[in-house]
Design a protein around this ligand. Structure first.
Ligand code: NAD
Ligand code: ZN
Length: 355
């Protein structure tokens, strides 16, 4: 078991990573001074797939499955429930699920009585390596993804790779793309694990998964500690996301998983970097091969490069009307650039298969 402490100006988050860690949830909550009442937020599918944590003085609220349930309406229902249960400032929201559960439960926790303690027990690989750490919470609006939300650090995150055993293959792979991202931006060793042990990763070797989660969490925690509110440094976590978000938006969040869109986006960013003379071709090919080793990405031939460019311009990350790209200089180091020529982006999008 490995513990990280994420120290921020106004909050502190303890992140515990390890096989079997979720079995110690009660003790870990106690060590943090959280002894209930608890509202455990999850989804029906998860409640049947895994052993839900058993906590004294707790109630369970299940939210519907899927990105479409990540709405203010769902948050409002959670708040209704918390009021009905008579929850107080001393109460704790425990999110047991993937990024969707974590985001809605975290947001509800940040709003209830102006904010109560939130604990994240991530059950998808994506949530373990990314969304459960860092305190971003929120919901979608019909005008776009994650447009309404808050920063509210979880007091405790318990990432137990054992909980991933029941995860469908496609969701597991989706999380792997997001994991590989950390290798490209900051960790050559992590990247090499993908190159050398891709078979064992696909076979879900538990020791390897724990190592990948631990390395990813270490990087995310370090980056967030240095830049909680996404000034500059935190933006490196968006490697692959400029194109990735555009693909998701253009497909209206259907037919593609977030991680898969990021997979396309990482290849695109590597090609842009090499087109700008930042990244040499051998490293670009390594990045493309590592993305490819995770599995086949869904085709994006239905999308036009113009529609994707349009979606990029509407992304909330656009600053002063300029597109920002996180571009690798080599494996393990990236820079944020706002001077990528549109025609290069367009030709890279076509190379990825867009019309
Ligand atoms: N807050 C952040 O910093 C942040 C970062 C990245 C992504 N996100 C958000 O995360 C969301 C995506 O999260 P996700 O990929 O985890 O998807 P998800 O939460 O929709 O989970 C995917 C599916 O797996 C099921 N599931 C979860 N755990 C399971 C398990 N152990 N066994 C069987 N089934 C299980 C879920 O019920 C769901 O059907 C997006 O909404 C994205 O915006 C947030
Ligand atoms: Zn992501």
């Amino acid at each position: 078991m490995h513990t990280f402490v994420l120290k921020l100006k106004t909050a502190q988050s303890r992140i515990v990573v390890g096989e079997g860690a979720s079995g110690r949830l009660r003790a870990l909550l106690g060590e943090e001074g959280m002894d209930g009442p608890f509202l455990v937020v999850s989804q029906p599918r998860i409640a049947t797939a895994i052993d839900m944590p058993r906590l004294r003085d707790s109630s369970v609220a299940l939210v519907p499955d899927g990105e479409r349930a990540k709405t203010l309406r769902t948050v409002e229902r959670l708040l209704d429930r918390m009021l009905e249960l008579g929850m107080t400032r001393q109460s704790t929201v425990v999110a047991v699920g993937g990024g969707v559960v974590g985001d809605v439960a975290g947001f509800a926790g940040s709003l209830f009585l102006r904010g109560v303690s939130v604990v994240q027990v991530p059950t998808t690989l994506l949530a373990q390596v990314d969304s459960s750490v860092g305190g971003k919470t929120g919901v979608n609006h019909r005008r776009g993804k994650n447009l309404i939300g808050s920063f509210h650090q979880p007091r405790l995150v318990v990432a137990d790779p054992r909980l991933l055993a029941t995860l469908p293959d496609r969701d597991y792979r989706s999380g792997l793309y997001e994991t590989l991202k950390y290798g490209v931006i900051r960790d050559r060793v992590l990247f090499r694990i993908f190159e050398r042990r891709s078979g064992a990763i696909r076979a879900r070797n538990p020791v390897l998964i724990e190592d990948l989660v631990r390395r990813s969490v270490a990087i995310k925690a370090r980056v967030v500690a240095a830049d909680e509110r996404e000034g500059d440094l935190r933006r490196i976590l968006n490697f692959g996301h400029t194109i990735g978000h555009a693909i998701e938006a253009a497909l209206r969040y259907r037919a593609i998983r977030h991680g898969e869109a990021v997979g396309h986006g990482m290849i695109g960013a590597a090609r842009i970097a090499s087109g700008m003379g930042l990244l040499d071709d051998a490293e670009r090919l390594r990045i493309e091969a590592a993305v490819g080793s995770i599995g086949r990405l869904p085709a994006i031939a239905r999308l036009s490069s113009e529609a994707l460019l349009d979606a990029m311009r509407h992304d909330k990350k656009v600053r002063d009307g300029r597109l920002h790209f996180v571009l690798p200089e080599r494996i393990g180091a990236v820079q944020v650039r706002a001077d990528v020529p549109v025609r290069l982006v367009r030709s890279v999008l076509r190379g990825l298969g867009a019309a």
